[in-house]
Ligand binder design. Structure first.
Ligand SMILES: [Zn+2]
Length: 280
C-alpha cells in the first residue's frame, strides 16, 4: 500500500529521515520508568495486508501493514516516551515510541497525533489515530487506510516487530492468569482484563495490571452492555458492579450466589473468561 514515491529513492528518503530522528532523538530525555515496557501486539487479530517480506520485496526497509478505518486508535506496543514526526517522508505523520531499553517503535501514515512530544506512556495507551487514505494529510505515500508498524533496534536497524515480540517469549501475547486456579486476582489477571476492555469497551489506559478508575469505568460499560449492570459509570465498583461481574462469571462455570461479594470462586469464573485466547 505504501509504494515508493515516483522519482525518489525510498532508501535515500529513509536516510534523511533517520538522520532527522537521530538529531531530534539526541536531544530527547528518554524516560526510563522502573516498570518493564510490557511489549505486546496491539494489532493482534487484525488481518495483515503487507507483511515484512512483502515490504522488502517492493524496496521498503520493512514493516507490517494492518488495514483499518481512518481514525482508529493506535495503542502503544510498549511503554516509553513519545516523539511526533509530522510529514516524515513517504511515512507521512509518524509517531515514535522511545522504549526505555533503547528500542523504538514507529507507527506511520497517521491522521492525527494525540500526545505531546516527551509524553511518557505505558503499553496500551493510545498514541495516535490511524490514517493512510490516498492523498490525505499525513498519509505520505500510502494509498489506502492502514497503519504501518516497524521497530528500530538500538543500533538503528529497522526490525520486524513481530519477530521482536516472538523473541520475548509468548509471542508478545499476554500470559494466562493463574487466578483460574488460585482464585486470587493479580497483575496478570488485571492486564488481561484491561486488554479485554481495550478491545470491547473503549479502554484506552495502560495495560499495566493496575486497575484504576478508567479500568473500572470501562468494565462498568461492558457489564452494562452485556451483563445487566444498571448502576453509574463512575469507575468506582460497588456491589452492583461486582454482581454483574458474577453474572459474567456464571457463564464460565461460577455456580455461587450473585450477591455482589467477590470470593475466590467468583474470581475463578472471571479468570476462565479472561484466559480465552482472544484476550491474549
Ligand atoms: Zn507499510
Amino acid at each position: 500500500m505504501a509504494g515508493p514515491t515516483p522519482g525518489f529513492s525510498r532508501r535515500t528518503l529513509f536516510r534523511g529521515t533517520a538522520a532527522g530522528i537521530a538529531v531530534v532523538g539526541g536531544g530527547l530525555a528518554v524516560a526510563t520508568p522502573a516498570h518493564a515496557s510490557n511489549f505486546y501486539n496491539p494489532f493482534a487479530g487484525r488481518p495483515i495486508s503487507d507483511g515484512w517480506q512483502a515490504h522488502l520485496n517492493r524496496g521498503s526497509l520493512g514493516g507490517i501493514d494492518y488495514p483499518m478505518p481512518v481514525g482508529t486508535n493506535l495503542p502503544a506496543c510498549g511503554g516509553g516516551s513519545i516523539q511526533n514526526i509530522p510529514n516524515n517522508g513517504t511515512g507521512g505523520h509518524t509517531v515514535t515510541i522511545h522504549h526505555p531499553n533503547g528500542y523504538r517503535s514507529q507507527y506511520m501514515h497517521l491522521s492525527a497525533f494525540v500526545l505531546g512530544n516527551g509524553a511518557v506512556v505505558g503499553a496500551g495507551v493510545v498514541v495516535g489515530r490511524s490514517g493512510g487514505a490516498a492523498g490525505a494529510p499525513g498519509s505520505g505515500s500510502s494509498t489506502g487506510p492502514h497503519v504501518h508498524w516497524h521497530m528500530i533496534n538500538p543500533s538503528g536497524q529497522r526490525i520486524n516487530p513481530l519477530d521482536y515480540l516472538a523473541g520475548l517469549g509468548g509471542g508478545g501475547r499476554l500470559p494466562k492468569t493463574s487466578t483460574a486456579q488460585d482464585g486470587i486476582p493479580g497483575t496478570i489477571f488485571w492486564k488481561r482484563a484491561q486488554n479485554w476492555l481495550r478491545i470491547e469497551a473503549g479502554y484506552t489506559g495502560p495495560i499495566d495490571g493496575v486497575p484504576g478508575v478508567n479500568t473500572y469505568a470501562a468494565m462498568q460499560r461492558e457489564l452494562r452492555d452485556h451483563h445487566g449492570y444498571t448502576g453509574p459509570i463512575d469507575g468506582v465498583p460497588g456491589p452492583n458492579t461486582w454482581a454483574a461481574l458474577q453474572r459474567l462469571a456464571a457463564r464460565y462455570g461460577y455456580t455461587g450466589p450473585i450477591d455482589g461479594v467477590m470470593g475466590p470462586n467468583s474470581w475463578r469464573g472471571v479468570a476462565r473468561f479472561l484466559n480465552e485466547d482472544r484476550w491474549d
